[in-house]
Design a protein around this ligand. Structure first.
Ligand code: SF4
Length: 313
């Protein structure tokens, strides 16, 4: 498989080229929804790491229509984009948390855009009722639809600390139902949550490695301004020790080695906007972080699936 020879893991870029025959860019959109963790249904503060933009700080302005957002987002990436194929990424807040008629109208508007080749929809596993699943299945017949679920961790204590607001069986049920209608699922995981050691983080990866997930976003825990995580970070340095770059890379490579080669790696680091980033500051230099990861993977002759391969041999 040639993907091992360059990046040593199954990158999103490689997957998109295989799937769509060309380079594809994700355009971050804002479907103008909220989240049960914010509107009082489950809570009002949100997950403790979530910015006021609902973890969609790169998304286009929600005052614009979906088509206008797509055009605006295209302009923003125009300098580095060499193709006209895009994934419409509904990123901000919980993008299935609205009446189905509304969801149908915004997802249809996106899917009908001639340069949009697929939809990627970020949501919570407890916000996928039957009628939404039916809609997703219907849209998936027109163009591929991906669902992104923010699991972050399998450990209930950590989930309580970050105020995720649902339990692991809810995630498993959503994954099974989405798999049952052939919707690929991408799972978000945060590495470096307060109170988690390396063994716990790798346990989350091992758990996901056995499930029928399509992709994973491995995200360094980073602290953003005006979040409860920032308050915790500034007030309790004992609970909170942020990973240094070397430690993060060490951990990340171990995680990659535990993931089977079929799982697409959508992200390898934190991706907070620089104007909101409180810590760790090194994570703001994304290019340096990604280059260092690539160098280390090569230096160690490390690759995704190493753990599984060596255990099979
Ligand atoms: S579920 Fe998502 S949008 Fe809602 S508070 Fe948590 S991170 Fe933010």
């Amino acid at each position: 498989m040639n993907l091992w020879q360059d990046k040593r893991y199954y990158s999103l870029d490689t997957y998109y080229k295989e799937q769509f025959g060309d380079k594809v860019y994700k355009l971050s959109l804002n479907g103008n929804m909220t989240c049960p963790n914010r509107d009082g249904t489950l809570g009002t503060g949100g997950c403790i790491f979530c910015s006021s933009g609902g973890s969609g700080d790169f998304a286009a302005c929600n005052k614009l229509s979906i088509t206008e957002q797509i055009e605006e987002a295209k302009e923003r990436v125009a300098k580095k984009v060499k193709s006209n194929r895009y994934v419409a990424y509904f990123q901000a807040y919980t993008n299935t948390y609205a009446p189905v008629s509304y969801l149908r109208s915004i997802f249809t508007e996106a899917i009908e855009h001639k340069e949009v080749v697929a939809l990627s929809i970020a949501t919570r596993p407890d916000c996928l009722p039957e009628e939404v699943l039916n809609l997703l299945a219907e849209l998936n017949k027109r163009k591929p639809v991906y669902i992104e679920l923010g699991l972050q961790t399998i450990h209930e204590n950590s989930a309580r600390l970050i105020r995720r607001g649902y339990s692991l069986p809810i995630f498993e049920e959503a994954l099974n139902r989405l798999s049952g209608i052939n919707i690929p699922v991408i799972v978000h995981v945060i590495l470096g949550l307060p109170g988690e050691n390396r063994k716990m983080m790798v346990a989350t990866i091992d758990y996901l490695a056995k499930l029928p997930i399509h992709g994973i976003k491995l995200q360094l825990m980073h602290v953003l301004k005006n979040t409860e995580l920032e308050t915790l970070y500034l007030s309790d340095s004992k609970l909170f020790s942020l990973l240094q770059l070397e430690d993060y890379i060490e951990l990340l490579i171990e995680c990659l080695e535990h993931l089977p080669p079929r799982i697409v790696i959508h992200r390898l680091t934190g991706d907070g906007p620089k104007n909101l980033l409180v810590a760790p500051i090194w994570s703001g230099n994304k290019r340096l972080v990604l280059n260092t990861i690539q160098q280390e993977l090569k230096k160690r002759d490390s690759y995704q699936g190493k753990y599984i391969r060596t255990n099979l041999e």
